[in-house]
Design a protein around this ligand. Structure first.
Ligand code: IFM
Length: 443
């Protein structure tokens, strides 16, 4: 497939298209006086990250951001979703800001506006300053106040020019993936740490919303990642296992923010480990937001497991898979859009804040054919259109990602971009999907 089956005209007039990136994955953390983060120590620990790669140089967006934003604007995108590195702005986590870091985000913001791109910020996309990790990081309840301070400093500088802001990208990854599964920094496998991190990440979300409202900002949201849980068979045991998976992965964070409650199947294992007085925090966690962001890539086939809680196992599914080994299941996006509106958000605008696929793309004769990515995005945008036709208030779609970048524990091998990056020369080469999207948006 080398063209999309849609054009901009197939979406409502004000529907927004954007690309998404994050600071540590593209900027080059070694530049501009950024402080050490828990990702740096995680990556240097043998066995955590493929080839022990880190974000020191990444795409060197720090020095190439003007050209990168030229590419985003030339593709006809309306928005640029980016994140601000806590450790670049506050190398110690709190206290004295790094002027170079603040200046960088100032220049980046103006560069977006000069190109007609709406700045859509995420405050935190995973690079926790190491001094705060040393104090227990997301396990420490004080992180609510540390994060509030960071929010005040960075948004005090660029908040006047943001189109939209969300505090935290993918709370499930910050909590469960990093503290229960140990796949991301800080690499813990501890249920008590997990329960606390999952709760504190929402507390920090609420504190940041309060701070930004205090600064007079609007268009504030929350961004969650979702995986559809498909029971492996009709058995009651598989059904119950899938419900637990769904509760932990999908409903815990939505429930906290929009209902001020956590789902029972998740509480079953986590409640004994939650911090004392956790229910009191819902006053902060449920601060009203203006939109809800959904990051969606795949589903999981789930079966029962007779080991300790959570009593489920992720099984190999039959569908075609991406370079990540993730099944391609576009219906899951439709299911999440409709379910989120029906069960949690009602008329609140929904935005697909991330969707895309990794593919082993190579340059041949100066071109990068990626028909798989065009087909993937096309199928997911068809489900977005179906949800809109069914009355779900979906107002935007962001492709992950503008360019190939650092895929965390999987290093630089997994290519998610619509622009190819040669990580030796840092040369950018737009892929076929870039040109196809440009045609669909501007043609
Ligand atoms: O690269 C990540 C990103 O940091 C968060 N969402 C999923 C992407 C692909 O794994």
């Amino acid at each position: 497939m080398d063209h999309f089956t849609f054009t901009r005209k197939d979406f409502p007039t004000h529907f927004l298209f954007g690309s998404a990136t994050s600071s540590y994955q593209i900027e080059g953390h070694g530049f501009g006086g950024a402080g050490p983060t828990h990702w740096d120590s995680f990556a240097v620990t043998p066995g955590n990250v493929v080839r022990a790669e880190n974000g020191e140089i990444a795409c060197d967006h720090y020095h190439h951001f003007e050209a990168d934003l030229d590419l985003a604007a030339a593709a006809g995108l309306d928005c640029y979703r980016f994140s601000t590195s806590w450790a670049r702005v506050l190398p110690e986590g709190t206290g004295t800001p790094n002027p170079e870091g603040l200046d960088f985000y100032d220049r980046l913001t103006d560069a977006m506006l000069e190109r007609g791109l709406k700045p859509c910020a995420t405050l935190y996309h995973w690079e926790l300053p190491q001094p705060l990790a040393d104090l227990g990081g997301w396990r420490n309840r004080d992180i609510g106040n540390w994060f509030a301070e960071f929010t005040e400093v960075i948004m005090g500088r660029i908040g006047d020019r943001m189109y939209s802001v969300a505090p935290i990208n993918e709370p499930w990854c910050v909590g469960w993936l990093s503290h229960f599964l140990g796949h991301h920094a800080p690499g813990l496998r501890d249920i008590r740490a997990t329960a606390r991190a999952m709760h504190h990440v929402l507390l920090a979300h609420g504190r940041a919303i309060e701070v930004m409202r205090g600064l007079g900002m609007d268009n504030l949201g929350a961004v969650f990642n979702f995986e559809w849980a498909t029971p492996v068979d009709d058995s009651a045991a598989a059904q119950a296992a899938a419900e637990t998976y769904d509760a932990i992965y999908n409903r815990f964070f939505l429930g906290g923010v929009f209902k001020g409650a956590y789902p029972e199947p998740a509480l079953k294992g986590l409640e004994p480990h939650l911090p004392k007085g956790w229910q009191e925090d819902f006053k902060t966690i449920t601060q009203p937001v203006d939109w809800c962001g959904l990051n969606y890539y795949t589903r999981k086939v789930i079966g029962a497991d007779d080991g300790p809680w959570p009593h489920y196992a992720e099984l190999d599914g039959p569908l075609p898979k991406t370079q990540m080994g993730w099944e391609i299941y576009p219906d899951g996006l439709y299911q999440f859009l409709t379910r989120t509106a029906a069960d949690y958000t009602g008329d609140l605008p929904l935005i697909v804040t991330e969707n895309g696929m990794a593919n082993p793309d190579v340059i041949t004769g100066g071109r990068v054919p990626d028909p798989e990515r065009i087909a993937y995005v096309d199928a997911h945008l068809a489900r977005v259109r179906r949800a809109i036709a069914d009355g779900v208030p979906v107002q935007g779609y962001f492709l992950w990602s503008l360019m190939d970048n650092y895929e965390w524990a999987l290093g630089y091998e997994k290519r998610f971009g619509m622009v190819h990056v040669d990580f030796d020369t840092l040369v950018r080469t737009p892929k076929a999907s870039y040109y196809a999207l440009k045609e669909a948006l501007t043609g």
